[in-house]
Design a protein around this ligand. Structure first.
Ligand SMILES: [Zn+2]
Length: 245
């Protein structure tokens, strides 16, 4: 379904990935878990598209729940996979997830369910990337949607958000989300839980880089869309972080 101007989203539970459409050509942003490939294929079909319409693949970061079926699509289409240089090495290794944070919270019903979804959808046999192209902060990618790369480290070193300036859309990855990944609670803009961050303090500081963006539809890696001023989103997220600390 079209979730924002020319951006499509297909239901993979708590794991979001998006297709940006421009003049019939597509950019895939993130790629769920490997098992979500069937949802991707069905999504293309619903749009009247096929793999040959994929021009680029962008990973907001190199965790397993975002790398998923990216290598499969890369091999199928020859489309380049863009990832920030800070995460390029991690993208080429298997099993990248904040395991300690997830396993130490596995007593929570929702976290246990998420781990179950990860296992059923192939996290242990995830084909890591064998070829990536690195991007850097401020770069405007000449691919469908013309996203501007915003380097927002913290969740991972190479975490990025994508600003589609003319459409007023921010694809925020896990820089700022609207779902608590341990409890499953949906809600206001928030950081991912401290234990799921490589560097939580840095993740908090990175939010300041989003304040000046203005009014957008924010599409995150986890949770539902949020529409509003990013300065307000950041204030809400920082307020929420006081409760999770
Ligand atoms: Zn994620």
């Amino acid at each position: 379904m079209e979730i924002a101007n020319g951006v499509h989203h297909f239901d993979c539970g708590p794991f979001n990935w998006y297709l940006i459409e421009e003049e019939g050509r597509l950019t895939l942003v993130d790629a769920g878990f490997p098992g979500h490939y069937s949802v991707y294929k069905k999504g293309l079909e619903l749009l009247g598209k096929s793999s040959k319409d994929i021009e680029a693949i962008i990973l907001t970061h190199a965790h397993a729940d975002h790398i998923g079926f990216a290598e499969k699509v890369r091999k199928e289409t020859g489309a380049p996979v863009y990832v920030h240089s800070g995460d390029a090495k991690m993208a080429c290794k298997p099993l990248q997830l904040p395991w300690f944070g997830l396993l130490s919270n596995a007593w929570r019903t929702y976290t246990a369910k998420m781990l179950g979804v990860a296992i059923v959808n192939g996290v242990f046999t995830l084909p890591h990337l064998t070829k990536v192209q690195t991007v850097s902060d401020g770069q405007l990618l000449d691919v469908p949607g013309k996203p501007k790369i915003l380097h927002t480290p913290g969740h991972t070193d190479g975490e990025i958000a994508l600003l589609l300036e003319d459409r007023k859309i921010l694809i925020s990855g896990d820089t700022i989300v609207t779902r608590n990944l341990l409890t499953g609670e949906l809600g206001q803009p928030q950081l991912t839980n401290p234990i799921l961050n490589h560097n939580y303090k840095q993740a908090m500081r990175s939010l300041d880089l989003l304040r000046e963006i203005g009014e957008v539809t924010m599409l995150s890696g986890h949770g539902t869309p949020w529409i509003g001023d990013m300065n307000e989103a950041v204030n809400i997220a920082l307020e929420n972080s006081k409760r999770t600390n």
